[in-house]
Design a protein around this ligand. Structure first.
Ligand code: THU
Length: 161
């Protein structure tokens, strides 16, 4: 029997004033774009904004539906838009934030399992890691060097060929 373990390192910042200029800007954009979320059922408004290698910026927000499972997370709305408007262009960094009338937005949230899988697929498509900047409207910020770090033992395209 063999035991193996995963470990991953990420950076934690007290607030956005400690980030570099581009990361602070991107997080601020993600905070602002939460206003475009359509989240009448959860009241949990998520915003994601990515800066691409070619300098373009793409945003996504969660879009809910009266038939709850039809709703889509901000990250996957972003990825669909990005892959359509700027196919094959790597993402340098993606900031994710949220706002809610019901809970305090004072700590980072991280992408749900389905979005982790979708982010991993995009990293694989363009062969570049996506840096994640995770933060609420205030409080601590997490910086993660690749979305793949959030999905150990992932299922990926390499299994299919
Ligand atoms: N949500 C996102 O958009 N991204 C995440 O990373 C976590 C959850 C959305 C889905 C749903 O509309 C609402 O937040 C509450 O789960």
């Amino acid at each position: 029997m063999d035991k193996k373990k995963f470990e991953f390192a990420y950076e934690v910042y007290d607030d956005s004033s400690k980030l570099n200029e581009q990361d602070a800007w991107l997080l601020n954009e993600a905070r602002q774009v939460t206003q475009q979320a359509y989240a009448p059922y959860s009241n949990f408004h998520v915003g994601a904004v990515a800066i691409l290698e070619n300098g373009e910026v793409v945003a996504g927000t969660n879009q809910e539906n009266a038939s709850y499972p039809v709703g889509t997370c901000a990250e996957r709305v972003l990825l669909g838009t990005l892959a359509t408007l700027h196919p094959k262009v790597p993402i340098v960094s993606m900031a994710i934030s949220y706002n809610s009338k019901e809970v305090k937005s004072d700590h980072p949230i991280s992408p749900c399992g389905m979005c982790r899988q979708a982010l991993l697929e995009y990293e694989g498509r363009v062969q570049k890691p996506i840096r994640l900047i995770l933060g609420g409207m205030e409080g601590e910020i997490f910086l993660i060097q690749s979305a793949s770090l959030l999905l150990p033992l992932a299922f990926s395209s390499s299994e299919l060929k």
